[in-house]
Design a protein around this ligand. Structure first.
Ligand code: SF4
Length: 970
């Protein structure tokens, strides 16, 4: 019976003869969680994968996806050869000829060199859910193009930006709930197994320890199904709930006053007088700003002396309420109020009754929830006997626990009101004092960082020069309109219009608009679009069928509007068919990878942690890791960071790059922080170590630096930690990171729209929009799509989430995981379905104002009454992913993407304009804003999904006849 608990294989999927002869450790990539795994090999063949018990993240736990990695490796959908589209063939037809890597590199080198010599922004590099953005970002920057981003703009940039602009950190990789010490856990808008194994492990311990778990979500599956209480909520209304919770806490005076006064900008004085300072903090020109980028020389109102004092002064009692007039000095006579007073006014009308009408959560439940949160935070608080010193020189003998923890993700984020909703959550957590405290939200290195990090995007055409690296990072964190990526005429510098007045704080770019913009030539046309592991002609795009047409669109001369399309993928995704050049990637089991501190590491609460992948198998066919492709191209194109002073290439390949690259000459900071120094004796910072990969291999592919307890909490203001962070380049400075309950950064953009500040101003048609949405305090507004939708006709919210057994589109070619999901249903509350005359299992039409889909319905009680939902990315184009033409995935599976538009019309006094269907602040794709109506399909209709698309096998696929024949001839 104990065999179930053993790591020995229970059965052997290949043959039942002898056990594995070798076990190698690496890191899973069947989803983005990066669990440690062990690959069991028999005579060099992979026969079994299990969790690595010695890995800190998953401690031996493995999920269905992770264990099924073997079938990804053996997938017949693998592409194994570089391919070039046959001359004269159409995109989408999969008419390719096999070419060599030499030919592929030569094509790319010549093309990219020409672009770099003439107009670098004509090259665009966009990537999907990869884990190497530090390298892809470096490549784009060294190339000199601003046109780079990963998937964040269509995933969860609202979560990242909303949190980072407020508390200097974010959920998931950069922070999370401290469930070891929490007593109440509130999860909101989280997919059914987001942050999969680590969250499951933490939740099981939390529940065993008697913790109370509340899930707020329109859908009750996954985590919500094991919650002590499920609170159904209408999609896109979480912000209203948070505003009402803040209303309750503030009106009942149940907030952490000392925390707000010392560690947040709640007590700092905001100017109330009209003019260029309206809504901004006042600054004392006589005091030291400490940090020129985010100056600290602001004021508070000291209730002891009844005067304005420097905000970091000791022996003061800052006011959190009231309105004051500045006394003698540079601001004499100006009316001011503490930021918290303005928050109090903001939430005043946000009563539970107001929120009930929006969220569908009863007002009484909202009141009780606020009480429960306050009770847990303040009545169940505790002290840990850990001495620490804050940034203001005060020594503390203990750290206070506030054991109410939150976790939220894409359900908040993927709405056009997601930035302000996330800000509202971050401020709610701040009121309860749960930031980086035991039992609350805790940061993970390299966070917390400055609010926001001091990295700026290109802000002028001068930042983009031929044959020269970009002057700034392609992606950054604007703090004022002058940071926007605009040329001297106010035109966008980026193809996706990130960092323009349409989406000023677009910290992750807008990948979902690249193809549409490039084809329209708006703001300009490009030459080469390189896409890495993103299925932009299918499930990773809005308005799928039209985008597929865009990819084939030609100008009046018969030339493709996007002249050259390079796709790097390991599998025959729908996107591959549209490529001009296909680069076959390896699987995660065949390559080196670094989950780097420069990117998204696997840090723990107690300290920085990074990890690697080390190949357990050789590459299949001619597959080549995309990392090696980039190193090769960067070397051929002689990018400065990849070339020695005498013009030679610096790095042999990707592993060599990871070992020897440093962020600046002799900085001692590289992609990996473990076993640095010549003999591996240094951590985090040190000279390159030629044996670094070996050390990772010997240590379960992971390096974990555990900080002393006195550095593990209150890190925004913990001087010991801040000094450590600066010394090790986790931060540029060691000043305190004051939480932004009130965002004067956001206010800068509103002032520009009002014409109240000198400098850049938005175009006329966007002014109203900026004034409305750039509120320096969080607020709730309906998703933008509501304003252009007939809500009487399209009354139902439609949303998606990924299933537990598949990571987005990655797994429909996986023979084991297909047995769990081969098609999807639209889940409808049974009462709603009956109202619409829809039977369980019936074929139905789902229609939005943008498109319609035929699919199968499934009755359920586990969804909010006015919401329907499905799993994303299970529907596939016919014959894509090497599936049989009659496979369930293309006959019964469907995409909701067909119902979602990538652009929305906005009506202004100056006419109607089309803008991205995204958050007006960050550009986050509004996936979950769509409204639909439902009707039964006619009895005479076909019983299969609509719309559909066709794909074809490409040459050289694994197990295809061409692969076997060619391989045996070699
Ligand atoms: S949770 Fe993700 S990373 Fe972990 S084993 Fe499962 S698929 Fe792999």
């Amino acid at each position: 019976m104990f065999k179930f608990l053993s790591s020995e294989p229970l059965h052997d999927p290949v043959q039942d003869t002898k056990l594995a002869t070798e076990i190698k450790t690496t890191t899973c990539y069947m989803c983005a969680c990066r669990c440690g795994i062990r690959a069991h090999l028999r005579d060099g063949e992979l026969v079994y994968i299990d969790g690595n018990p010695n890995h800190p993240l998953n401690q031996g736990v493995i999920c269905a996806k992770g264990a099924s990695g073997i079938m990804k490796q053996k997938s017949p959908a693998r592409i194994t050869k570089p391919l070039l589209r046959k001359p004269g063939s159409e995109r989408g037809q999969s008419e390719f000829e096999e070419i060599s890597w030499d030919q592929a590199f030569s094509i790319l080198e010549n093309r990219l060199r020409g672009i770099r010599e003439t107009d670098p922004k004509k090259f665009a590099l966009f990537t999907g859910r990869d884990q190497m953005q530090a390298l892809t970002g470096l490549f784009a920057r060294q190339f000199g193009t601003p046109n780079y981003a990963a998937h964040g703009g269509f995933c969860s940039v609202n979560m990242a930006a909303g949190m980072i602009y407020t508390i200097g950190g974010s959920f998931w990789e950069f922070g999370g709930p401290d469930l070891e010490q929490a007593k109440l856990f509130v999860m909101i808008g989280t997919a059914e197994d987001h942050h999969s194994n680590p969250m499951k492990i933490a939740l099981s311990k939390f529940k065993r320890n008697g913790g109370r778990f509340i899930s707020i979500n329109p859908v009750r599956t996954g985590y919500s199904a094991i919650a002590d209480e499920w609170i159904p909520i209408k999609p896109g209304t979480d912000g209203a709930l948070f505003m009402a919770l803040m209303h309750e806490l503030i009106m009942a005076n149940q907030v952490d006053h000392p925390f707000l006064k010392r560690y947040t900008n709640s007590s700092q004085l905001v100017c109330l007088d009209p003019g260029p300072e309206e809504g901004l903090f006042l600054f004392d020109p006589e005091s030291d700003p400490i940090n020129a980028d985010i100056p600290h020389n602001k004021y508070i109102w000291d209730t002891k002396s009844n005067t304005a004092k420097a905000c970091f002064a000791n022996d003061v009692d800052p006011a959190l309420s009231g309105e004051y007039v500045m006394g003698p000095g540079p601001h004499q006579g100006k009316r001011v109020a503490p930021a918290f007073e303005l928050l109090r006014r903001q939430v005043k009308s946000c009563t539970p009754e107001w929120a009930q009408k929006i969220t569908s959560i009863p007002a009484a439940r909202i009141r009780l929830l606020a009480k429960e949160m306050a009770h847990t935070a303040f009545k169940q608080s505790f002290e840990l006997p850990i001495a620490w010193t804050d940034s203001f020189g005060q020594q503390h003998t203990s750290v206070t626990g506030r054991p109410v923890a939150f976790h939220a993700m894409r359900g908040l984020s993927a709405h056009s009101n997601g930035f302000q909703t996330t800000r509202a959550l971050a401020v709610l957590m701040t009121l309860l004092g749960t930031i980086d405290r035991p039992g609350g939200f805790r940061h993970k290195a390299p966070y917390p960082r400055q609010i926001p990090p001091n990295i700026k995007p290109p802000s002028s055409e001068n930042d983009i020069q031929v044959n020269t690296p970009l002057a700034k990072a392609p992606l950054g964190w604007p703090t004022r309109p002058e940071d926007l990526a605009l040329d001297r005429d106010g035109k966008p510098l980026r193809i996706d219009k990130a960092y323009t007045w349409e989406h000023p704080l677009a910290a992750h770019g807008l990948m979902h608009n690249v193809i549409t913009n490039a084809v329209k030539g708006d703001p300009y046309s490009i030459d080469t679009l390189m896409i890495f592991m993103a299925n932009m002609s299918w499930n990773s795009t809005m308005n799928t069928m039209e985008v597929r047409q865009h990819l084939n669109a030609k100008d009046e001369n018969g030339q493709f509007k996007i002249p050259f399309l390079v796709i790097c993928d390991a599998f025959q995704s729908e996107m591959v068919a549209f490529a001009d050049l296909v680069l076959p990637d390896t699987t995660y089991l065949e390559r080196h990878d670094a989950m780097s501190m420069l990117d998204r590491p696997i840090s723990e609460f107690d300290g920085p942690c990074d990890s690697v992948r080390i190949p357990v198998l050789p590459p299949t066919g001619q597959c080549k890791p995309f990392q090696d492709v980039l190193i090769e191209l960067a070397s051929r194109l002689k990018f400065p960071a990849f070339t020695t002073a005498d013009g030679q290439r610096k790095f042999k390949d990707y592993p060599d790059f990871i070992t020897n690259f440093q962020t600046a000459p002799d900085s001692g900071i590289g992609f990996l922080m473990g076993w640095r120094g010549k003999d591996g004796e240094k951590s985090i910072r040190g000279e390159p170590n030629p044996d670094q990969w070996e050390r990772y291999q010997e240590n379960n592919c992971v390096f974990h630096y555990s900080m002393p307890p006195e550095h593990q909490y209150m890190r925004n203001w913990n001087q010991g930690y801040l000094d450590f962070a600066k010394a090790n380049a986790l931060r540029q400075k060691n000043d305190p990171i004051i939480l932004a309950v009130y965002s004067d950064i956001v206010q800068q953009f509103r002032l520009a729209a009002k014409g109240q500040r000198p400098g850049r101003v938005p175009p006329e048609h966007l002014k109203e929009r900026i004034i409305e949405f750039f509120d320096p305090l969080p607020f709730w507004y309906p998703p933008l799509e509501d304003a252009v939708t007939n809500l009487d006709e399209f009354s139902i919210n439609a949303i998606t989430q990924r299933p537990m057994a598949m990571y987005h589109s990655w797994d429909s070619q996986n023979a084991w995981l297909r047995q769990i999901h081969s098609h999807n249903y639209l889940f409808i509350n049974a009462a709603t379905a009956i109202d619409h005359g829809i039977e369980d299992g019936a074929w139905i039409w789902v229609e939005s104002q943008w498109g319609k889909v035929r699919c199968m319905a499934r009755h359920t009680q586990a969804v909010e009454l006015g919401t329907v939902w499905t799993w994303n990315a299970i529907g596939k184009a016919e014959s894509a992913w090497h599936l049989d033409p009659n496979a369930d995935e293309s006959k019964k599976g469907f995409l909701l993407n067909h119902l979602i538009t990538e652009e929305l019309p906005i009506k202004t006094m100056n006419g109607t304009f089309r803008v991205s269907n995204s958050d007006p602040i960050t550009g986050q794709a509004g996936w979950y804003d769509v409204r639909v109506k439902l009707s039964p399909a006619g009895l005479s209709e076909d019983m299969d999904t609509w719309p559909t698309a066709q794909a074809k096998e490409v040459p050289g696929m694994l197990f295809s006849s061409s692969y076997v024949n060619k391989s045996s001839n070699e």
